[in-house]
Design a protein around this ligand. Structure first.
Ligand code: NAD
Length: 358
């Protein structure tokens, strides 16, 4: 048995409800794969602010640094919207990401079984699509200096800087190739090398890193074409690696193939400790009503098992259980004719039931 320390930070709104179901899945799978879990729960976001006056108390940060992986629910809500920017719930999340040096964000877009009909795209276009977007998370135009708004020649000018160092590109490219190796061994690097020098360098470095991964088929695509191709024929992609801003936009476009926020897991990796969380927020409109879809959070547990503990097989079992659950049961956000409407807790229980059959 190998011991794994997991920090659970349920957060706000529906965060605690979906976390509870995800933790059950983790507890069910761990012993099957020889893992002994040491679970610790700490507050983050608005819940942490209410308790301690800060959205990320030192003891939460300390527990994160001492863990093997972090499972985070969601943060934020109307109750904390009027707070000063420095203590807003979202600051807690950003601080955790930067403390753990999570420079790579993994956002899979997968169609689970007959959820194909929930997509706004034609079923034949999305059926079988399975794309992983690897987005650079801590650099690029969102962080580059100089930035700001100032008066020049009598009018206001807004400016940001798209900057990437060789080492920043090299490390995210490496993650892209490593993820591609664990998937279909096809990597598309997305840039705008025709007009942006910084992404010309991006293309050069990605190509160089590719020499260490001869089994991965690498191609390059301009960001505008990539946006078009995701909508036109998403099945052509396996793994995509791209800059912070292009990844932000393209991962949302790709995610929408799947039809619902409640189905989207994510992983942030890079440092020694990975953080796993659903893409959705705290959904204050449905919180405390047992209406939340816990599948995004449950699928995030699958990603933790795959990417932090190298248990791809366990991730596959989670996905299979989710597909089987969806054949009969649905939460409100993905409800369809002929299916049985259930709540968050029962959805978790049904997944567990199918897990035991896998
Ligand atoms: P949201 O993702 O919380 O909700 C958007 C819509 O999707 C809502 O109608 C909600 O009911 C629905 N929804 C979301 N997740 C669902 C689920 N699992 N099951 C069923 N329905 C689901 O986004 P929002 O309303 O823009 O933001 C609410 C709060 O969450 C804000 O404070 C925002 O800052 C925060 N937020 C946090 C994160 C995060 O923690 N990573 C991400 C996005 C937003």
């Amino acid at each position: 048995m190998s011991t794994k320390k997991i920090l659970v930070t349920p957060g706000d709104g529906i965060g605690p409800e979906v976390s509870e179901q995800a933790v059950q899945v983790l507890k069910n799978l761990a012993p099957r794969f020889g893992l002994q879990l040491e679970l610790t729960e700490k507050p983050v976001g608005g819940a942490a602010y209410d308790l301690t006056g800060t959205p990320i108390p030192d003891e939460t940060l300390e527990a994160a640094r001492n863990s093997d992986a972090v499972l985070l629910g969601a943060v934020g809500g109307p109750k904390w919207e009027s707070l000063d920017f420095s203590v807003r719930p979202e600051r807690g999340l950003l601080k955790l990401r930067s403390e753990l040096e999570l420079y790579a964000n993994l956002r899979p877009a997968v169609i689970y079984g007959d959820l194909v009909n929930a997509s706004t795209l034609k079923p034949e276009v999305v059926d079988g699509a399975d794309l992983m977007v690897v987005r650079e998370l801590t650099g690029g135009i969102y962080f580059g200096q100089p930035r700001g708004v100032e008066v020049r020649n009598g009018e206001r000018v807004g400016f940001n800087t798209l900057v990437y160092s060789e080492s920043e590109i090299r490390r995210i490219a490496k993650v892209g190739f490593e993820i591609a190796m664990k998937r279909g061994k096809i990597l598309t690097s997305v840039d705008k090398a025709n007009v942006l020098e910084s992404t010309e360098l991006w293309r050069e470095i990605v190509t160089e890193v590719g020499k260490d991964f001869p089994k991965v088929e690498l191609s390059h695509m301009y960001a505008d074409n990539a946006a078009m191709q995701i909508i036109r024929n998403p099945k052509q992609f396996d793994t995509m690696v791209t800059t912070n801003m292009f990844g932000d936009i393209l991962s949302d476009a790709a995610a929408m193939m799947t039809g619902s926020l409640g189905m989207l897991p994510s992983a942030s990796i890079g440092g020694n400790i990975g953080m796993y969380e659903p893409v959705h927020g705290s959904a204050p409109d449905i919180s405390g009503q047992d209406k939340a879809n816990p599948l995004a959070m449950i699928l995030s547990v699958g990603m933790m098992l795959r990417y932090s503990f190298d248990l791809g097989e366990a991730d596959e079992i989670v996905k299979q259980a989710v597909v089987k659950t969806l054949e009969t049961y649905r939460t409100g956000d993905i409800m369809a004719e002929g299916k049985t409407l259930i709540g968050c807790q029962e959805m978790g229980e049904r997944v567990l039931q199918f897990l035991e059959q896998e």
